[in-house]
Design a protein around this ligand. Structure first.
Ligand code: MG
Length: 335
């Protein structure tokens, strides 16, 4: 998702205080609160052919919610918000969108990014959900990515919960450039964590999946490739391209999507969203909806800044998209 809002100066304080006051801090690796969590159901994920599968070899599509940019909307990066979307909305997966070049992002303040990331990942582990660590960048930043993902693999690589998303949305980089970057980051992760899923970005806002399908990376296990769509903008052409990539054998993970225009605003296009859901369900493809934040736009699920970040959200606390995603997720969890 494109960043078009600047950062509140208080962002750091908000995130740190939300996390510090939470009952489930980074040292709290509590047992799952329910006997049937996504992670107890599926266990460690892997890739077989064009499918993501669980420990029993069954196709295991995950459905969930992405946080907004951590550097803009940090207060949602806390274990209580994660518990709400996992236990109440029944999300299988939450995505931490760690801004890189954004003001207050990883390059400006890596410690703050790490604190926000811990809030989401430790929260997901505590409630038995999967957590996507998303390098939310639009251009290549190799050394910093290698540093963060090495740290993530060292801390959480032994947990089945973790999914690495090493490049949110390339914009101007060619597929050859993305491949070269990806090899470096994949090798850094695999030096520590031999097995968890790694999602590779596709050129041109994750839409040129046909270029990836024609020439995927080779030599690594458990790689997937991201495709992103906004249903009011992206319709039959991108659906056909995505289906062709999947049919050619490419494992695709839809790590960001929503029902309005690619600006993140405007009315929800339920007809086009429904066509996307049909495609994703038929192919067993995972999807993650953008985003859990309070920005004044239709893709931000929370009504406004008055809504507490600790959960207990009622219908009136959510925008139309938030209620819709919650209702869809509650029908989709596998048990
Ligand atoms: Mg591992």
């Amino acid at each position: 998702m494109r960043l078009n809002v600047t950062i509140a100066v208080l962002a750091t304080l908000l995130c740190v205080s939300a996390f510090a006051t939470s009952p489930a801090g980074p040292s709290s690796l509590a047992a799952p609160s329910s006997p049937a969590t996504p992670v107890t159901h599926h266990g460690a994920l892997s890739v077989e052919g064009n499918k993501m599968v669980n420990e029993r070899g069954e196709t295991a599509p995950l459905h969930g919610v992405s946080m907004g940019w951590h550097s803009s909307w940090p207060r949602w990066y806390n274990p209580d918000a994660v518990a709400e979307v996992v236990n109440v909305w029944e999300a299988d997966v939450v995505r931490a969108a760690i801004g890189v070049h954004s003001r207050g992002g990883y390059l400006d303040n890596p410690e703050f990014a790490w604190e926000c990331l811990e809030g989401v990942v430790e929260g997901a582990i505590a409630v038995g959900a999967y957590a996507i660590v998303d390098w939310h960048s639009h251009k290549i930043e190799t050394a910093a990515a290698v540093k963060l993902f090495t740290q993530v693999a060292q801390k959480w690589g032994e947990y089945p919960n973790i999914i690495y998303e090493i490049y949110n949305e390339p914009v101007n980089d060619s597929w050859d450039e993305v491949k070269a970057y990806s090899r470096k980051v994949i090798e850094a992760i695999r030096a520590v964590d031999p097995d968890n899923i790694i999602i590779v970005g596709s050129p041109h806002w994750d839409q040129d999946i046909h270029l990836v399908a024609a020439d995927p990376l080779t030599g690594y296990d458990n790689l997937m490739y991201s495709m992103h769509f906004y249903a009011a903008t992206h319709k039959d052409d991108l659906r056909a391209r995505t289906e062709a990539a999947i049919d050619s054998g490419l494992p695709v993970f839809i790590s960001e999507c929503a029902a309005m225009e690619a600006t993140g605003d405007g009315p929800l296009d339920y007809a086009s969203w429904g066509e996307w859901e049909k495609l994703m369900a038929a192919a067993g493809v995972s999807w993650v909806a953008w985003s859990l934040s309070e920005k004044d736009e239709s893709c931000s699920m929370i009504l406004d800044g008055s809504v507490p970040a600790t959960g207990g959200w009622r219908d009136g606390d959510l925008k139309e998209w938030g209620r819709y995603v919650r209702d869809r997720l509650q029908t989709l969890r596998q048990r």
